[in-house]
Design a protein around this ligand. Structure first.
Ligand SMILES: [Mg+2]
Length: 362
Protein backbone atom coordinates (compact mmCIF):
# COMPACT_ATOMS: atom_id res chain seq x y z
CA UNK A 1 0.00 0.00 0.00
CA UNK A 2 1.30 3.40 -1.03
CA UNK A 3 0.73 6.57 1.00
CA UNK A 4 -1.36 8.83 -1.18
CA UNK A 5 -1.64 11.84 1.17
CA UNK A 6 -1.03 12.92 4.76
CA UNK A 7 -2.97 15.77 6.36
CA UNK A 8 -2.38 17.19 9.81
CA UNK A 9 -4.27 19.40 12.19
CA UNK A 10 -2.46 21.13 15.06
CA UNK A 11 -4.74 21.61 18.05
CA UNK A 12 -4.78 23.64 21.24
CA UNK A 13 -7.53 22.34 23.55
CA UNK A 14 -8.19 23.84 27.02
CA UNK A 15 -8.83 21.75 30.12
CA UNK A 16 -12.37 22.18 31.44
CA UNK A 17 -10.81 22.99 34.81
CA UNK A 18 -7.05 23.70 35.06
CA UNK A 19 -5.38 20.33 35.69
CA UNK A 20 -3.09 20.46 38.72
CA UNK A 21 -0.15 18.15 39.34
CA UNK A 22 2.79 18.54 41.72
CA UNK A 23 4.36 20.70 38.94
CA UNK A 24 1.47 23.21 39.09
CA UNK A 25 -1.71 23.87 37.11
CA UNK A 26 -1.90 23.19 33.34
CA UNK A 27 -4.42 25.14 31.23
CA UNK A 28 -4.45 23.31 27.88
CA UNK A 29 -3.01 20.49 25.75
CA UNK A 30 -1.35 20.95 22.39
CA UNK A 31 -0.86 18.29 19.76
CA UNK A 32 -1.45 17.15 16.20
CA UNK A 33 -3.96 14.79 14.58
CA UNK A 34 -2.72 13.15 11.39
CA UNK A 35 -4.78 11.59 8.60
CA UNK A 36 -3.01 9.15 6.29
CA UNK A 37 -4.70 8.06 3.04
CA UNK A 38 -3.55 5.16 0.89
CA UNK A 39 -3.76 4.59 -2.84
CA UNK A 40 -6.39 1.89 -2.29
CA UNK A 41 -8.75 4.25 -0.52
CA UNK A 42 -8.12 3.50 3.19
CA UNK A 43 -7.76 6.26 5.81
CA UNK A 44 -5.87 5.95 9.10
CA UNK A 45 -5.70 8.39 12.02
CA UNK A 46 -3.03 9.06 14.61
CA UNK A 47 -2.20 11.65 17.26
CA UNK A 48 0.92 13.23 18.73
CA UNK A 49 0.68 15.26 21.95
CA UNK A 50 4.09 15.97 23.48
CA UNK A 51 4.71 16.03 27.23
CA UNK A 52 8.11 17.68 27.73
CA UNK A 53 8.03 16.70 31.45
CA UNK A 54 8.32 13.08 30.19
CA UNK A 55 11.32 13.89 27.99
CA UNK A 56 9.59 14.60 24.68
CA UNK A 57 10.32 17.57 22.45
CA UNK A 58 8.20 20.72 22.67
CA UNK A 59 4.90 20.97 20.77
CA UNK A 60 6.57 23.39 18.28
CA UNK A 61 9.50 21.02 17.66
CA UNK A 62 7.26 18.00 17.10
CA UNK A 63 4.95 19.97 14.80
CA UNK A 64 8.00 20.62 12.63
CA UNK A 65 8.98 16.95 12.66
CA UNK A 66 5.46 15.95 11.52
CA UNK A 67 5.36 18.55 8.76
CA UNK A 68 8.77 17.45 7.51
CA UNK A 69 7.86 13.73 7.60
CA UNK A 70 4.60 14.41 5.81
CA UNK A 71 6.37 15.79 2.76
CA UNK A 72 8.90 13.04 2.76
CA UNK A 73 6.56 10.01 3.19
CA UNK A 74 3.92 10.68 0.53
CA UNK A 75 4.34 8.23 -2.35
CA UNK A 76 6.18 5.63 -0.21
CA UNK A 77 4.84 2.17 0.67
CA UNK A 78 3.67 1.97 4.32
CA UNK A 79 6.26 -0.69 5.29
CA UNK A 80 9.08 1.56 4.01
CA UNK A 81 7.51 4.62 5.64
CA UNK A 82 7.49 2.82 9.02
CA UNK A 83 11.20 2.08 8.73
CA UNK A 84 12.03 5.61 7.60
CA UNK A 85 10.16 7.10 10.56
CA UNK A 86 12.09 5.01 13.08
CA UNK A 87 15.38 5.79 11.32
CA UNK A 88 14.78 9.53 11.03
CA UNK A 89 13.37 10.34 14.49
CA UNK A 90 15.13 10.65 17.84
CA UNK A 91 14.25 8.15 20.52
CA UNK A 92 12.52 9.85 23.44
CA UNK A 93 12.16 13.31 21.97
CA UNK A 94 10.06 12.24 18.98
CA UNK A 95 8.15 9.36 20.63
CA UNK A 96 4.71 11.06 20.23
CA UNK A 97 5.35 11.43 16.48
CA UNK A 98 6.20 7.73 16.12
CA UNK A 99 3.06 6.93 18.12
CA UNK A 100 0.94 9.02 15.70
CA UNK A 101 2.23 7.27 12.58
CA UNK A 102 2.24 3.83 14.23
CA UNK A 103 -1.44 4.33 15.15
CA UNK A 104 -2.41 5.52 11.65
CA UNK A 105 -0.60 2.62 9.96
CA UNK A 106 -2.11 0.05 12.37
CA UNK A 107 -5.53 1.58 11.77
CA UNK A 108 -5.06 1.04 8.02
CA UNK A 109 -3.64 -2.46 8.47
CA UNK A 110 -6.54 -3.50 10.73
CA UNK A 111 -9.11 -2.14 8.21
CA UNK A 112 -7.38 -4.05 5.43
CA UNK A 113 -7.74 -7.21 7.54
CA UNK A 114 -11.34 -6.40 8.48
CA UNK A 115 -10.67 -6.40 12.24
CA UNK A 116 -10.38 -3.87 15.06
CA UNK A 117 -6.93 -2.60 16.01
CA UNK A 118 -6.93 -4.58 19.27
CA UNK A 119 -7.92 -7.82 17.51
CA UNK A 120 -5.18 -7.24 14.96
CA UNK A 121 -2.65 -6.98 17.82
CA UNK A 122 -4.07 -9.91 19.77
CA UNK A 123 -6.99 -12.20 18.83
CA UNK A 124 -7.65 -12.57 22.59
CA UNK A 125 -8.28 -8.83 23.06
CA UNK A 126 -11.26 -8.03 25.30
CA UNK A 127 -14.18 -5.79 24.32
CA UNK A 128 -14.25 -3.61 27.41
CA UNK A 129 -11.55 -2.36 29.75
CA UNK A 130 -11.93 -1.27 33.41
CA UNK A 131 -10.86 2.35 33.84
CA UNK A 132 -10.11 4.57 36.80
CA UNK A 133 -11.75 7.91 37.51
CA UNK A 134 -9.38 10.86 37.87
CA UNK A 135 -10.14 13.27 40.70
CA UNK A 136 -8.49 16.56 39.80
CA UNK A 137 -10.14 18.88 42.30
CA UNK A 138 -7.74 20.30 44.86
CA UNK A 139 -10.44 21.26 47.33
CA UNK A 140 -10.94 18.46 49.88
CA UNK A 141 -14.72 18.60 49.99
CA UNK A 142 -15.19 18.81 46.23
CA UNK A 143 -12.60 16.02 45.69
CA UNK A 144 -14.51 13.80 48.13
CA UNK A 145 -17.84 14.46 46.49
CA UNK A 146 -16.43 13.79 42.97
CA UNK A 147 -14.88 10.55 44.25
CA UNK A 148 -18.12 9.50 45.92
CA UNK A 149 -19.99 10.06 42.64
CA UNK A 150 -17.37 8.05 40.68
CA UNK A 151 -17.67 5.13 43.11
CA UNK A 152 -21.45 5.31 42.96
CA UNK A 153 -21.51 5.02 39.15
CA UNK A 154 -19.27 1.96 39.32
CA UNK A 155 -15.62 2.98 38.99
CA UNK A 156 -13.45 0.36 40.72
CA UNK A 157 -10.42 2.67 41.01
CA UNK A 158 -9.87 6.34 41.74
CA UNK A 159 -6.71 8.25 40.96
CA UNK A 160 -5.64 11.58 42.37
CA UNK A 161 -2.55 13.77 42.34
CA UNK A 162 -0.64 14.31 45.59
CA UNK A 163 2.41 16.42 46.35
CA UNK A 164 0.28 19.40 45.37
CA UNK A 165 -0.80 20.93 48.66
CA UNK A 166 2.60 21.02 50.35
CA UNK A 167 1.73 20.47 54.00
CA UNK A 168 1.51 16.87 55.16
CA UNK A 169 -1.69 17.41 57.15
CA UNK A 170 -3.51 18.96 54.15
CA UNK A 171 -2.43 16.18 51.79
CA UNK A 172 -3.42 13.46 54.24
CA UNK A 173 -6.74 15.11 55.04
CA UNK A 174 -7.67 15.20 51.32
CA UNK A 175 -6.71 11.52 50.82
CA UNK A 176 -8.58 10.51 53.99
CA UNK A 177 -11.71 12.35 52.85
CA UNK A 178 -11.61 10.61 49.45
CA UNK A 179 -11.09 7.19 51.05
CA UNK A 180 -14.01 7.84 53.38
CA UNK A 181 -16.17 8.93 50.43
CA UNK A 182 -15.49 5.84 48.28
CA UNK A 183 -15.59 3.22 51.03
CA UNK A 184 -13.20 0.29 51.40
CA UNK A 185 -14.02 -1.55 48.14
CA UNK A 186 -12.61 0.91 45.60
CA UNK A 187 -8.88 1.12 44.80
CA UNK A 188 -7.23 4.48 45.53
CA UNK A 189 -4.10 5.47 43.62
CA UNK A 190 -1.93 8.48 44.33
CA UNK A 191 0.37 10.12 41.77
CA UNK A 192 3.29 12.28 42.93
CA UNK A 193 4.76 13.01 39.45
CA UNK A 194 8.28 12.63 40.80
CA UNK A 195 8.67 15.61 43.12
CA UNK A 196 9.47 14.02 46.50
CA UNK A 197 12.85 13.34 48.06
CA UNK A 198 13.27 9.89 49.56
CA UNK A 199 12.87 11.36 53.09
CA UNK A 200 9.65 13.12 52.13
CA UNK A 201 8.36 9.98 50.40
CA UNK A 202 8.97 7.89 53.53
CA UNK A 203 7.25 10.48 55.74
CA UNK A 204 4.25 10.73 53.42
CA UNK A 205 3.95 6.98 52.81
CA UNK A 206 3.83 6.36 56.58
CA UNK A 207 1.17 9.06 57.02
CA UNK A 208 -0.87 7.62 54.10
CA UNK A 209 -0.60 3.97 55.15
CA UNK A 210 -3.98 3.82 56.97
CA UNK A 211 -5.87 4.71 53.79
CA UNK A 212 -5.37 1.46 51.87
CA UNK A 213 -3.47 2.92 48.92
CA UNK A 214 -3.44 0.73 45.78
CA UNK A 215 -0.14 2.29 44.76
CA UNK A 216 1.95 5.41 45.07
CA UNK A 217 2.94 6.48 41.57
CA UNK A 218 6.32 8.01 40.74
CA UNK A 219 7.16 9.26 44.26
CA UNK A 220 10.77 10.09 43.24
CA UNK A 221 12.20 11.81 40.12
CA UNK A 222 12.45 9.66 36.99
CA UNK A 223 16.18 8.91 37.15
CA UNK A 224 16.19 7.67 40.79
CA UNK A 225 15.80 3.94 40.16
CA UNK A 226 18.15 2.65 42.87
CA UNK A 227 16.60 5.04 45.40
CA UNK A 228 13.14 3.84 44.39
CA UNK A 229 14.23 0.28 45.21
CA UNK A 230 15.46 1.50 48.64
CA UNK A 231 12.21 3.38 49.24
CA UNK A 232 10.09 0.34 48.33
CA UNK A 233 11.83 -1.71 51.03
CA UNK A 234 11.07 0.92 53.68
CA UNK A 235 7.35 1.53 53.12
CA UNK A 236 4.19 -0.57 53.13
CA UNK A 237 2.50 0.94 50.08
CA UNK A 238 3.05 -0.57 46.61
CA UNK A 239 5.00 1.61 44.18
CA UNK A 240 4.30 2.32 40.51
CA UNK A 241 6.65 3.96 38.00
CA UNK A 242 5.36 6.22 35.24
CA UNK A 243 7.86 8.92 34.20
CA UNK A 244 10.62 6.30 34.69
CA UNK A 245 9.01 3.51 32.66
CA UNK A 246 9.56 4.95 29.21
CA UNK A 247 11.69 2.32 27.49
CA UNK A 248 12.71 -1.30 27.73
CA UNK A 249 16.07 -0.52 29.40
CA UNK A 250 14.57 1.48 32.26
CA UNK A 251 11.87 -1.15 32.83
CA UNK A 252 14.63 -3.77 33.03
CA UNK A 253 16.49 -1.55 35.52
CA UNK A 254 13.33 -1.18 37.63
CA UNK A 255 13.07 -4.98 37.68
CA UNK A 256 16.76 -5.40 38.56
CA UNK A 257 16.39 -3.00 41.51
CA UNK A 258 13.07 -4.56 42.63
CA UNK A 259 11.85 -0.99 42.58
CA UNK A 260 8.19 -1.35 41.53
CA UNK A 261 4.96 -3.29 41.94
CA UNK A 262 3.36 -1.70 38.87
CA UNK A 263 4.30 0.28 35.79
CA UNK A 264 2.25 2.85 33.94
CA UNK A 265 2.49 2.67 30.15
CA UNK A 266 1.65 5.68 28.00
CA UNK A 267 1.94 4.62 24.35
CA UNK A 268 2.31 8.28 23.34
CA UNK A 269 5.48 8.56 25.43
CA UNK A 270 6.87 5.13 24.54
CA UNK A 271 6.44 5.73 20.81
CA UNK A 272 3.67 3.39 19.69
CA UNK A 273 1.66 0.29 20.48
CA UNK A 274 4.30 -2.26 19.46
CA UNK A 275 7.09 -0.90 21.70
CA UNK A 276 4.50 -0.56 24.48
CA UNK A 277 3.68 -4.26 24.13
CA UNK A 278 7.35 -5.16 24.53
CA UNK A 279 7.44 -3.20 27.80
CA UNK A 280 4.33 -4.77 29.18
CA UNK A 281 5.40 -8.28 28.23
CA UNK A 282 8.67 -7.75 30.09
CA UNK A 283 6.87 -6.32 33.13
CA UNK A 284 4.14 -9.00 33.19
CA UNK A 285 6.70 -11.79 32.83
CA UNK A 286 8.34 -10.42 35.98
CA UNK A 287 5.13 -10.27 38.01
CA UNK A 288 4.72 -6.52 37.69
CA UNK A 289 1.24 -5.10 37.21
CA UNK A 290 0.74 -3.03 34.05
CA UNK A 291 -1.61 -0.07 33.76
CA UNK A 292 -2.09 1.60 30.37
CA UNK A 293 -2.92 5.31 30.48
CA UNK A 294 -3.31 8.22 28.12
CA UNK A 295 -1.01 11.22 28.26
CA UNK A 296 -4.25 13.27 28.44
CA UNK A 297 -4.53 13.56 24.69
CA UNK A 298 -7.72 13.92 22.63
CA UNK A 299 -9.83 10.97 21.42
CA UNK A 300 -7.65 9.40 18.72
CA UNK A 301 -4.76 8.81 21.14
CA UNK A 302 -7.17 7.75 23.90
CA UNK A 303 -8.73 5.15 21.60
CA UNK A 304 -5.33 3.86 20.47
CA UNK A 305 -4.38 3.40 24.16
CA UNK A 306 -7.75 1.70 24.74
CA UNK A 307 -7.03 -0.84 21.97
CA UNK A 308 -3.64 -1.50 23.55
CA UNK A 309 -5.17 -1.94 27.02
CA UNK A 310 -7.63 -4.47 25.57
CA UNK A 311 -4.64 -6.72 24.80
CA UNK A 312 -3.20 -6.70 28.37
CA UNK A 313 -2.92 -10.01 30.21
CA UNK A 314 -6.16 -10.85 32.09
CA UNK A 315 -7.46 -9.67 34.47
CA UNK A 316 -6.82 -6.10 33.32
CA UNK A 317 -6.06 -3.66 36.14
CA UNK A 318 -8.14 -0.45 35.82
CA UNK A 319 -6.45 1.77 33.22
CA UNK A 320 -6.13 5.56 33.06
CA UNK A 321 -8.20 6.04 29.91
CA UNK A 322 -11.19 8.00 31.22
CA UNK A 323 -9.42 11.31 30.60
CA UNK A 324 -11.33 12.59 27.57
CA UNK A 325 -13.71 14.69 29.63
CA UNK A 326 -10.87 16.52 31.38
CA UNK A 327 -10.52 18.49 28.13
CA UNK A 328 -13.15 20.74 26.56
CA UNK A 329 -13.34 18.43 23.53
CA UNK A 330 -11.85 15.11 22.47
CA UNK A 331 -12.25 16.10 18.78
CA UNK A 332 -14.16 12.87 17.98
CA UNK A 333 -17.51 12.47 16.24
CA UNK A 334 -18.37 9.86 18.87
CA UNK A 335 -16.31 8.83 21.92
CA UNK A 336 -16.08 5.32 23.38
CA UNK A 337 -18.74 5.03 26.08
CA UNK A 338 -17.86 4.38 29.73
CA UNK A 339 -20.46 2.61 31.82
CA UNK A 340 -20.09 1.21 35.31
CA UNK A 341 -16.35 1.96 35.21
CA UNK A 342 -15.88 -0.05 31.99
CA UNK A 343 -14.84 1.53 28.69
CA UNK A 344 -16.11 -0.10 25.50
CA UNK A 345 -13.49 -0.89 22.88
CA UNK A 346 -14.67 -0.06 19.33
CA UNK A 347 -15.31 -3.32 17.47
CA UNK A 348 -15.47 -1.98 13.91
CA UNK A 349 -12.51 -2.30 11.54
CA UNK A 350 -9.40 -0.25 12.45
CA UNK A 351 -9.35 2.24 15.30
CA UNK A 352 -13.14 2.57 15.03
CA UNK A 353 -13.44 6.30 15.77
CA UNK A 354 -13.31 9.39 13.55
CA UNK A 355 -12.21 12.96 14.26
CA UNK A 356 -14.77 15.69 13.61
CA UNK A 357 -14.61 16.80 9.97
CA UNK A 358 -14.25 20.48 10.87
CA UNK A 359 -10.61 20.05 11.95
CA UNK A 360 -9.59 19.53 8.30
CA UNK A 361 -11.15 22.74 7.11
CA UNK A 362 -8.42 25.17 8.16
MG1 LIG B 1 1.54 9.52 36.36
Amino acid sequence: MIIHSIDYHHYHVPFRVPFTTSHGPVQYREGTIIRVRTDDGLTGYGESAPLPAFGTGSPEALRDVIEHLTEFLVGKPIELASMLIVASTHARRDAPVRFAFDTAFLDIDAQKNGVSMSKLISPDAVEEVPVNATISDMDTERAASAASYAAMVGFQAIKMKVGVLGETSLEVERVAAVREAIGPGVALRLDVNGVWTIERAIEMARALEPYQIDYLEQPLPAGYIGALGDLRKQINIPIAADETATDIDTVQELIDHEAVDAIVIKPGIIGGLSPSRELFDLASDNGIRVVVTTAIETGIAITAALHLAATLPQPVSPCGLATGTLLETDLLVESSPIEGGMMKVPTGPGIGVTPVESIWQD
